[in-house]
Design a protein around this ligand. Structure first.
Ligand code: UN1
Length: 516
């Protein structure tokens, strides 16, 4: 299991720079800069990235606004063509970008490639959408009148993304914003500047091909701001940015949300999750075991949608939980670039410390903890590999109420279905949720108004790994925003209601008379 532990120290510095150059990033962007790019796989610094200052950021936002004024006039299906070409670039460079995601975030190669696939999928989706973006025609009370709604481009869309899906989250926002006629300004996580630079380079290639084909695209349509928090704040406060889509912690959302509200800008907030699954007496335990294992341990517990709370009915507890413990003991933890390893490292030391704090609090509350210890990998002192932790705990309290961005699964026993629904919803977060059952009544109750209060509710599937076709996001402290599929595009446009009089008289609504 601890295969990586036996490996000799290795370095990813030269591979990272080879991938970056393969992806078209100029080396001047990632050498000699002030921001250290790290790989959690080895813990080493793999590049030093050049950051932008506030003046440059302001200039980029002004340019994006000027670009928006032109881009909004390009017919939407033509805007879609640019996104189609971006999807082409992503297909052609899926291996290189997926590997760079793995190197920079530490997720398994299969998940790194999956992240790029998610980008390709949203591009395809957005291309189709570019021939839709439809409004309604609505019955009017006046004769010889027509009422309709029209969706127009909104303006510069600010994107703030987190380390764990460093490029897919950009693409959900960018692909929709671009077909909707908006310009985009992206502030990626400071922990993942390299994948941001690579994505920017692929976008630039798509843009160059778009122009070669005769497409018109204004300068400054897309900007990437590699910078610290102050530039993020600048984006959030800028009057020329009518929409900011921000992914990250609830604490970040609490800072960003009110500032946007104050200037009446729109927010799409995708914040913390504390996702649960309920395993009922009729559950298919084989399927449940696999569903829980991926959702709780995959990506080393560092997805917003990671399974963090598991409620198991007392009648199946002793059949499921020992097998789950077996999976926790045997899951392969190590270098995520090696195909056999399912769980890679935590992003950094702070994530490890937060995990240990949560486990300490759980132990203090009388929980029994399996796993959670650090695993050495080669001679890499700065890499934080841990065995995922399964925590059997009696009560949903203390650390169970919080999102700890690490692989900790709190397992609790239940006996009454209605009571477990209440417990399920008793946390402050509301992103994703699951029930494992073959009982139609339980499944439907879970999806009903008295069931899960989350933005995503699944049956016989874990809470993570959503497809792009559905709206993605959640309620309560998760922030309420929706990204990706369904009608999420409407948040990136402004709606105008139009009433047209094609007659020769002027009847007023509500029968009002005003004859001058
Ligand atoms: C996130 O963790 O921020 O549903 C996004 C999933 C992925 C996206 C997760 N499609 O797990």
């Amino acid at each position: 299991a601890e295969r990586a532990a036996s490996g000799a120290p290795f370095s990813l510095v030269s591979e990272a720079s080879a991938l970056l150059s393969n992806l078209g990033v100029a080396s001047a962007r990632y050498t000699g800069g002030t921001l250290k790019a790290r790989s959690p796989i080895t813990g080493e610094t793999i590049a030093t990235v050049v950051e932008v200052g506030e003046a440059e950021a302001r200039r980029a936002i002004d340019e994006a606004h000027a670009a928006f004024l032109k881009w909004r006039l390009v017919p939407a299906p033509k805007r879609g063509e640019l996104v189609r070409l971006l999807g082409d670039e992503l297909r052609a460079h899926k291996q290189a970008l997926g590997r760079l995601v793995s190197i920079e975030v530490g997720k398994s190669l299969s998940e790194g490639l999956g992240e790029v696939q998610e980008m390709i999928d949203i591009c395809d989706y957005a291309v189709g959408l570019s021939r839709q973006l439809y409004g309604l025609t609505i019955a009017t009370e006046r004769s010889e009148h027509r009422m309709m709604e029209t969706w127009h481009p909104l303006g510069v869309t600010g994107i703030i993304s987190a380390f764990n899906f460093p490029v897919a989250v950009w693409s959900w926002n960018a692909a929709l914003a671009l077909v909707c006629g908006n310009a985009i300004v992206w502030k990626p996580s400071e922990k993942t500047p390299l994948t941001a630079l690579a994505t920017e380079a692929l976008f630039d290639r798509a843009l160059a091909r778009f122009k070669q084909e005769g497409g018109t695209a204004p300068d400054g349509l897309s900007a990437v701001l590699i910078a610290g928090r102050s530039v993020g704040q600048l984006l959030v406060g800028h009057p020329k940015v009518p929409l900011v889509s921000a992914t990250g912690s609830t604490a970040m959302g609490r800072a960003v949300g009110p500032r946007l509200a104050q200037r009446f800008a729109r927010a799409i907030l995708e914040l913390g999750g504390n996702n649960a699954a309920i395993v009922t007496p009729t559950a298919d335990l084989e399927l449940t075991l696999r569903g829980v294992a991926f959702a709780a341990m995959g990506t080393a517990g560092q997805r917003c949608t990671t399974l963090r709370r598991l409620f198991v009915h007392e009648s199946v507890y002793d059949s499921l939980v020992p097998r789950l413990k077996q999976a926790y003991t045997s899951v392969t933890v190590g270098n995520p670039l090696e195909a056999g390893n399912l769980v890679g490292p935590l992003i950094d030391q702070a994530a490890f410390a937060a995990m240990q704090t949560a486990l300490g609090a759980a132990k203090e509350a009388g929980a029994s903890v399996l796993g959670g210890e650090r695993i050495g990998v080669g001679a890499m002192d700065e890499a934080y590999y841990v065995r995922p932790a399964l925590v059997e705990i009696a009560e949903q309290a203390g650390p169970v109420m919080q999102e700890t961005f690490a692989p900790i699964l709190y397992v609790m026993r239940y006996s009454d279905f209605d009571a477990v629904l209440d417990l399920h919803n008793a946390v402050p977060q509301g992103l994703s949720s699951s029930i494992f059952t073959n009982d139609l009544r339980e499944a439907e109750a879970f999806l009903s108004a008295r069931g899960s209060d989350c933005g995503i509710a699944n049956v016989n599937i874990g809470p993570s790994g959503a497809e792009i076709g559905g709206a993605f996001g959640g309620e309560k402290e998760t922030g309420g925003g929706r990204e990706s599929g369904s009608d999420a595009w409407k948040a990136y446009m402004r709606r105008a209601t139009n009433t047209i009089n094609y007659g020769r008289t002027l009847p007023l609504a509500q029968g009002v008379k005003f004859d001058v």
